[in-house]
Ligand binder design. Structure first.
Ligand code: ADP
Ligand code: MN
Ligand code: MN
Ligand code: MN
Length: 339
């Protein structure tokens, strides 16, 4: 029997790109996914009088929603005339940096935080006013502390069935806010899988009539923002504490904090205030166990004298290709030839 491939791509919406997808029916004996196209004038990727954009399949996995032979097919977007990457395509440069430094074996674990919304407010929030202040919600249990767990469970199962490297989930500090982690896998793969896991999240939440948002500061005031802490190591860092410190120093070198923050998600100044377990956006610091630092060295890493670092700055609304490209480039360039 024929089967379905859901072609998924990242659009050109600014300042935060959206996911788009459409379905292609393939014949039973079609085992490679053909190049396809779409109307870029409807996705902020092309003018109406020259609207065609190209979809190039780059990664595929089982479609856990449809099951059977059906697949999810992640694509990047190319220009039809030249088959070069479209300006909105951040994956292509991420692949270049990955190729350049793959000898250092960089790997990433990204903690994707997000917030469920229903009827214009975070899921579980009262129609008027606010829920009880933050405190009991993080990793909470019980109907007062938790909302949306049925969606989270369905999403986690789907990620596992798709074969994604999902490594955990937890309820977050604000009611209605959650997190899943993908990794540790390489510079490109972690970003591919974050996008696919986001697709599955939006798509599954849709069936519950709920919207999942990666907004970085979904509620103003004394409520936690949503981040995408990015855990990172190279082979040298997994063997040597000096390499851990060198990585932290490289991220703080002159010009680097500004370069990184520009790619760490829109509205980063609103989230990195110095409160709610963040460092201010205009200061750079690193420290062991310090959740008020820009970059945290986990206590176990300090104890073992090797491991990984956590860049706490990226927003939930990042394009992960940009963040893993920046971190791989900055740290691997600095560590090159030294360890
Ligand atoms: P936190 O304590 O900050 O909430 P989490 O448990 O949510 O931490 O996330 C830690 C992430 O770090 C996971 O995604 C995990 O895969 C990743 N990780 C673990 N070891 C490494 C490593 N050596 N290099 C990169 N990432 C790693
Ligand atoms: Mn976490
Ligand atoms: Mn978290
Ligand atoms: Mn974290």
């Amino acid at each position: 029997m024929s089967y379905r491939a859901e072609y998924i791509w990242i659009d050109g919406t600014e300042p935060t790109a959206l996911i788009r997808s459409k379905t292609r029916i393939l014949a039973d004996d079609e085992t490679t996914f053909p190049i396809w196209g779409f109307d870029g004038s409807s996705t902020n990727q092309a003018p109406g009088d020259n609207s065609d954009c190209v979809l190039r399949p780059v990664y595929d996995c089982p479609d856990p929603i449809r099951g059977g032979k059906d697949r999810l097919v992640l694509c990047d977007v190319l220009l039809p005339e030249t088959m070069e990457p479209h300006p909105s395509n951040q994956r292509a440069t991420c692949v270049e940096v990955h190729e350049k430094y793959k000898d250092q074996e960089p790997i990433f674990g990204i903690e994707q935080e997000y917030t469920f919304f229903h009827q214009g407010r975070p899921l579980g929030w009262p129609i008027e006013g606010y829920p009880a202040p933050q405190g009991p919600y993080y990793c909470g249990v019980g109907a007062i502390e938790i909302s949306g767990r049925d969606v989270v469970e369905a999403h986690t199962t789907a990620c596992m069935e798709a074969g994604l490297a999902i490594s955990g989930t937890n309820a977050e500090v604000m009611l209605g806010q959650w997190e899943f982690q993908i990794g540790p896998v390489d510079t490109v793969r972690v970003a591919d899988e974050i996008w696919l896991a986001r697709y599955l999240l939006y798509r599954i939440a849709e069936d519950f009539g709920i919207d999942a948002s990666v907004a970085a500061k979904p509620v103003k005031g004394d409520w936690n923002g949503a981040g995408a802490h990015t855990n990172f190591s190279t082979k040298a860092m997994r063997e040597n504490y000096d390499a851990i410190i060198a990585a932290c120093e490289a991220l703080g070198a002159p010009g680097k904090p500004e370069e990184h923050l520009a790619g760490y998600g829109v509205g980063i100044e609103e989230r990195l205030t110095g409160a709610h377990e963040t460092q201010r956006y205009d200061q750079y610091s690193y420290g062991v166990s310090d959740r008020g630092a820009s970059v945290r060295i986990p206590w176990q890493v300090a104890k073992d004298g090797k491991g990984y670092i956590e860049d706490r700055r990226p927003n939930a609304n990042i394009d992960p290709y940009v963040v893993t490209r920046l971190m791989t480039n900055t740290v691997c360039e600095a560590l090159s030839g030294k360890f």
